[in-house]
Ligand binder design. Structure first.
Ligand code: SAH
Ligand code: SF4
Ligand code: F3S
Length: 442
């Protein structure tokens, strides 16, 4: 009876803006589900929302600056409509809550990644007073909440939360808390539901996703459990840590056809000295050995990576070693970043030794080197055939469709209207840029 007490009152509408990595994308879908259960509706724009939530990232200073800028815009909205409630969620909420309260005193709500279950209650309180909840909870996996999937042929599914590695540069363990794995039954149930709604590909997520373990189920076993879901065609995962790349995982990749030949394997640096300072837990030789084993087991494998330039103490010779590693491994693609010292991390106290100018030059060099390698690699695929999972119209339009090859490369091709998103079609590569394969249907 209570629930229908005010049938005439429209449900409050929430708009969620997501920054940062795929974990945040998945978390925003989880937040959507939590709020929907509590009677909130989705708003299509910030202008028509009663509540605006920013799900934020703290990985580099730039990520935080973007959010602060956006908060400034939203403050103007709130000024015009004082009843609008503004909340800041995610990694930045956890990282700089004190600074945030000072810089953005108009915030109604600050909640960290382990507080989303309590959002309805916090929003209720925020109606009267600002509410802050940044308790980290080493057991929270949200296993009982099925996230709202945005639609589309691919879905991101959280397999593991938090991180225990504490790389010297990284803020993630401080903002996301201790590592914990979602029960396999919950993951499989979620994916069954997604497959029933037409999702063809899932990407299992975790900061060290291949360290997944829950009881007897390690990550290799989880991959096989997920592969058994009917209707699901493709499985990927990100990001694996080189130290957790066990035989069980490699074997599942090599033998389970649904697990795609694609691996994002962050290396960070090609210098042993820098890797040690970063506390990454492997040497260049160990990493090279791992890639050799992977490529032997999975011949079609495409490899991508993350690289940080200008970490504390990185000399020109260390940087050259990173370029050499890139030349030796010839990654299919790479994301590269200038080192950004983060408060709370071990490296923060060490300081920033590489000038902004040198960081910029090193970054440009890494990007140029990778562009060249990506282009050469993609051109080398000319004439080859690939099975492409169709996603929808190509970004450039003109009647073309786009999708991904098993190696997670974007393929664009002209196609008949009868081909719908979710279909898997065979294409042949006709020309290539560093980022796109231009193909023809076979
Ligand atoms: N868990 C993943 C990385 C997640 S963060 C792993 O261990 O591989 C994504 C990427 O951001 C990292 O791989 C790293 O390259 C970059 N990154 C993290 N902290 C950074 C910092 N303080 N400055 C610059 N780049 C950083
Ligand atoms: Fe950060 Fe290292 Fe954990 Fe990756 S493994 S999230 S880089 S601490
Ligand atoms: Fe950023 Fe948090 Fe992801 S810090 S990269 S959103 S885990």
């Amino acid at each position: 009876m209570n629930q229908s007490a005010q049938p005439e009152a429209a449900a409050p509408r929430v708009f969620i803006e997501t920054y940062g990595c795929q974990m945040n994308v998945a978390d925003s879908e989880l937040i959507g589900a939590v709020l929907r259960r509590a009677g909130y509706a989705a708003a299509v724009s910030p202008e028509e929302a009663d509540v605006i939530l920013l799900n934020t990232c703290a990985i580099r200073e730039h990520a935080g600056d973007r959010v602060l800028g956006r908060l400034g815009d939203l403050a103007r909205l709130k000024h015009a409509r004082p009843e609008l409630r503004l909340g800041l969620l995610g990694c930045m909420a956890q990282h700089n809550r004190a600074a945030l309260v000072e810089k953005a005193p108009w915030l109604d709500l600050i909640a960290g990644p382990d507080s989303y279950r309590r959002l309805p209650e916090l929003l209720g309180r925020a109606r009267f007073d600002p509410a802050v909840d940044v308790r980290l909870d080493r057991a929270e996996t949200y296993a009982d909440i099925a996230p709202e999937h945005e639609g589309g042929v691919r879905a991101f599914v959280t397999a593991m939360r938090g991180c225990d590695r504490f790389c010297a540069f990284c803020v993630v363990p401080y903002v996301r808390g201790r590592e914990r794995s979602v029960p396999p039954e919950a993951i499989v149930a979620d994916i069954r539901g997604l497959a029933a709604r037409g999702v063809k590909e899932v990407v299992l997520l975790g900061q060290t996703v291949n360290a997944y373990r829950r009881g007897e189920t390690d990550f290799g076993r989880l991959l096989r459990l997920v592969a058994a879901v009917d209707g699901l065609e493709r499985i990927r995962f990100t990001s694996p840590h080189p130290c957790d790349m066990s035989d069980s995982v490699i074997e599942a990749m090599a033998t389970e056809p649904k697990v795609q030949p694609w691996l994002h394997l962050p290396v960070q640096s090609g210098s042993d000295r820098v890797l040690a300072a970063m506390e990454r837990g492997y040497t260049v030789e160990e990493y090279l050995g791992l890639v050799e084993r992977l490529r032997a087991a999975i011949p079609a494998l495409a490899l991508s990576t993350d690289i940080i330039v200008g970490f504390h103490g990185e000399e020109e010779s260390d940087f050259r070693a990173t370029l050499e590693l890139m030349a030796a491994l010839r990654y299919d693609s790479a994301f590269s970043f200038k080192y950004s010292p983060r408060e709370h991390t071990r490296a923060f106290k060490l300081g920033d030794t590489v000038s902004e100018e040198d960081k910029g030059r090193r970054l440009a060099e890494v990007i140029a080197r990778q562009e060249r390698i990506s282009l050469e690699r993609n051109r080398g695929l000319m004439g080859e055939r690939f099975a492409v999972l169709v996603e929808g119209p190509a970004r450039r339009g003109n009647g073309m469709l786009a999708g991904k090859t098993p190696q997670f490369k974007t393929a664009v091709f002209g196609a008949a209207d009868s081909i719908k998103p979710g279909a898997i079609v065979t294409v042949r590569v006709q020309s290539a840029t560093a980022h796109t394969l231009h193909c023809a249907l076979v």
